[in-house]
Design a protein around this ligand. Structure first.
Ligand SMILES: [Zn+2]
Length: 423
């Protein structure tokens, strides 16, 4: 049975009004769970059922607390809070009760720190569904992703008797900053998946097109290093201080000088250095925020290990204590040919799709790869594709909006995949 676009548009517009930043998607998660529960055929997993706390990246408690206060003010269904255990996101499990494959689908749910434009020609303004959360906006299209996930869930509910096996729909928190996927992967919740699929709307692709096999996903780790020294009078007793700023400064030059890997491209950028309190005080605190990237996981791991060595070595040389924190990560991933073929076939059956483009260099990072790789490492197959949609501005810009008719195309592709894999 076909879904109608008006239901999808309604969902998208509702989620667009209440954007929440990574790890604070309490209203969003509760709303998704309410819808899923109303469908009556899903088990809803949350909290530590889907999050391994040891692999949670870049989650700031103040942001979480602030998000929860707002979510309650928006009228979230608070019955879900106990089950969430402080963590956002959920996984909907459909079990047909019949033997068959397990398919995991992933949709990210967070917004970005952008204030939505007030210009009157912007459709969310004319239609009255602009963000009510100042400084936050669904400016990357993850409201579309949530909607396509829910639309696919609705399709499952309407076609459940025809399906075999299982479907696990992952509504992932904190994609921005590549923070959320690692904790879900490490929970093991999709380790039994035979197939994995994820996608992004728009980017480089217009309405009517699908990029079935984007390449060059960069592996990356986002790392913070903090040095803790000891303050002292800079004139009278510098020898009694321990200089965290100096340690950090030396760290920067050593980090940028890491010997490059011979087997492929690598990158490093120390983007932030914060240190010191006053001109006449030996600086006791310093923080570096950096990222490394690599053409593949091995090279990125090499870069990350070198960063950790330098962080440690510097702490010894300057007699300061230190800590490192991985605040985000993504890996490279190659799509499996079987799924590329399948997505192409299904896409071309959609009347609104006129072209499928296999080759496109992504040259960026996306943490769906962490989940896709996890499935591949357990013997399953994975794909990440791009669903074309015309847009009014670049991703992460205040004027960003997209062609809502492609929501239906998205649901049709995912439901087409389930039909082929599970019927
Ligand atoms: Zn995005």
């Amino acid at each position: 049975m076909n879904l109608d676009l008006s239901q999808l548009t309604h969902w998208r517009r509702e989620f667009h009004r209440f954007p929440e930043i990574g790890w604070s998607e309490f209203w969003t998660t509760a709303r998704i769970a309410d819808y899923l529960e109303s469908l009556g055929c899903f088990e809803i997993l949350m909290g530590k059922q889907i999050i391994n706390p040891d692999f949670v990246r870049g989650r700031k408690q103040a942001v979480v607390d602030n998000g929860l206060v707002k979510a309650k003010a928006y009228g979230m269904n608070e019955k879900w809070l106990d089950k969430m255990e402080g963590y956002t996101g959920c996984v909907a499990v459909f079990d047909s009760g019949k033997p068959g494959k397990t398919v995991a689908l992933r949709f990210d749910i967070d917004c970005v720190n952008v204030t939505e434009t007030r210009i009157p020609t912007h459709i969310p303004n004319t239609e009255g569904f602009a963000s009510i959360n100042d400084g936050f906006m669904h400016a990357c299209g993850h409201d579309a992703h949530i909607t396509i996930g829910l639309g696919t869930a609705l399709w499952i509910a309407r076609n459940k008797d025809k399906l075999s096996g299982k479907v696990k729909i992952v509504f992932q928190p904190a994609e921005e900053g590549v923070r959320g996927a690692a904790a879900i992967a490490a929970s093991g919740v999709i380790d039994d998946a035979d197939y994995f699929a994820g996608s992004h709307i728009s980017f480089c692709a217009n309405s009517g097109t699908v990029i079935s096999n984007p390449k060059n996903f960069l592996s990356t780790s986002k790392i913070d290093i903090r040095y803790h020294g000891k303050p002292a009078h800079a004139g009278a007793a510098p020898h009694l201080g321990r200089n965290a700023l100096l340690a950090a400064a030396h760290a920067v030059t050593q980090l940028q000088g890491i010997a490059r890997h011979g087997e492929g491209m690598s990158r490093i950028n120390v983007g932030v250095l914060k240190a010191g309190e006053g001109r006449n005080v030996i600086p006791a605190e310093a923080e570096l925020q950096l990222e490394v990237r690599g053409e593949n996981k091995t090279i990125n791991e090499y870069m990350t290990e070198q960063v950790m060595q330098i962080a440690k070595g510097i702490s010894v040389s300057f007699d300061v204590s230190y800590e490192t924190e991985v605040v985000g990560e993504a890996v490279d991933m190659n799509n499996d040919e079987e799924l590329v073929q399948l997505v192409e076939e299904i896409a071309l059956q959609q009347p609104q799709i006129h072209s499928v483009n296999a080759d496109y260099a992504f040259n960026a990072s996306e943490d769906a790869t962490v989940l896709g790789r996890r499935v591949q490492e357990h013997g399953g197959k994975a794909i990440y594709f791009i669903l074309g949609a015309d847009r009014s501005a670049g991703h992460h810009e205040a004027e960003f909006d997209f062609d809502e008719t492609q929501l239906l195309t998205g649901v049709n592709i995912y439901s087409g995949l389930l039909q082929r894999l599970l019927e």
